[in-house]
Design a protein around this ligand. Structure first.
Ligand code: NAD
Length: 296
């Protein structure tokens, strides 16, 4: 069950990266967006990203052109009908994802594998929007940002996933040059299950006066060899995104370690989302020298 033709739904931050790595691995890729403008924007980003590989001597101009040649765009569903796999990378909204999968289920060939890149929603709940046959061919493929550089993909099975489909998805992840980890459909999978409580604990440590923003970050960077401290990482991920995911995880597990600390909620309410809008635990007015915020 080799995957050769890939459909990608959504050409935003993650979808454009997934389309890029699939085309770079030799797959034919169709990317579906809601408008031609968004497709053009996404393809421009892919062109820019590949250009950086050329600049660094990791790819020739001919290879870059060949990768771009394997990519095509669509603003309707029909060109996705004969794909071997369709990876959904649209907004993190269960109703929209369910409606999209149900629509595609009706037109795609019976063998097409359906995959979602969701970070926090239930793969099983999306799966139930499709027919019984498709439900056995439904998985999660959770990529990390930025997709062309991050090596990991979590491959997620539901209790109904056909083992052959699961292994085909693992092999596909490896074909894209990623390291795959196998996991099952429990909110947060492996990475967020372990990462989210750690990030929330760093906020609690700040709230309780255990250390300053810079000291908490330096402690984990220099004491544990992490590439960046937890509060810097929170600013990268987005405080709004973390708050949203923590709430979903708390709803699922009812465990204190997933409970959002009051400071996180206050920061989100105040519009401090992190790097994406210039202020979080740090102020990024001068991006080269982020300054710790005064929050308490
Ligand atoms: P994004 O907002 O950058 O991109 C989403 C794109 O999907 C937009 O361009 C939008 O126009 C398009 N879209 C919306 N509805 C569509 C539809 N019906 N058909 C086709 N295209 C549609 O979002 P993103 O950050 O790329 O996240 C996408 C998904 O990946 C979400 O489920 C998110 O949870 C997950 N994810 C995000 C990250 C991250 O770091 N951003 C990491 C892992 C997983």
């Amino acid at each position: 069950m080799e995957i050769r033709k890939v459909g990608v739904l959504g050409c935003g931050l993650m979808g454009s990266g997934i389309a890029q790595v699939a085309a770079a691995a030799g797959c034919t890729v169709v990317v579906r967006e809601v408008s031609q403008d968004l497709l053009d924007k996404g393809f421009k980003g892919i062109d820019r990203s590949l250009g950086k590989f050329v600049e660094k001597g990791k790819m020739s101009t001919e290879e870059k052109d060949a990768v771009m040649g394997r990519l095509s765009g669509a603003t309707t569903d029909e060109p996705l009908a004969d794909c071997d796999i369709i990876i959904e990378v649209i907004v993190e909204n269960l109703a929209v994802k369910r409606e999209t999968f149900a629509r595609l289920d009706a037109i795609c060939k019976p063998e097409t594998i359906f995959a979602t890149n969701t970070s926090s929603l239930s793969v099983t709940e999306m799966m139930t929007s499709t027919s019984a046959g498709r439900q056995r061919r439904f998985i999660g493929t959770h990529f990390f940002n930025p997709v062309p550089l991050m090596k990991l993909v979590e491959v997620i099975r539901t209790i109904l996933t056909d083992p052959e489909v699961f292994e085909a998805a693992v092999a596909f992840g490896e074909k894209l040059g990623k390291v795959t980890v196998r996991t099952s459909d429990r909110t947060g999978f492996i990475v967020n299950r372990l990462l989210v409580p750690y990030l929330l604990d760093a906020i609690r440590a700040l709230e309780e006066g255990v250390g300053s923003i810079v000291d908490i970050d330096n402690a984990m960077k220099l004491g544990c060899g992490h590439p960046m401290g937890p509060l810097t990482l929170l600013d990268f991920v987005g405080l709004d995104t973390t708050y949203y995911i923590a709430n979903i995880m708390f709803d699922e597990f009812r465990e204190k370690r997933f409970a959002s600390p009051p400071l996180l909620k206050r920061m989100v309410l105040a519009g401090l989302y992190g790097r994406k809008n210039g202020r979080g635990f740090y102020d990024y007015s001068d991006p080269a020298n982020p300054a710790p915020m005064s929050l308490l």
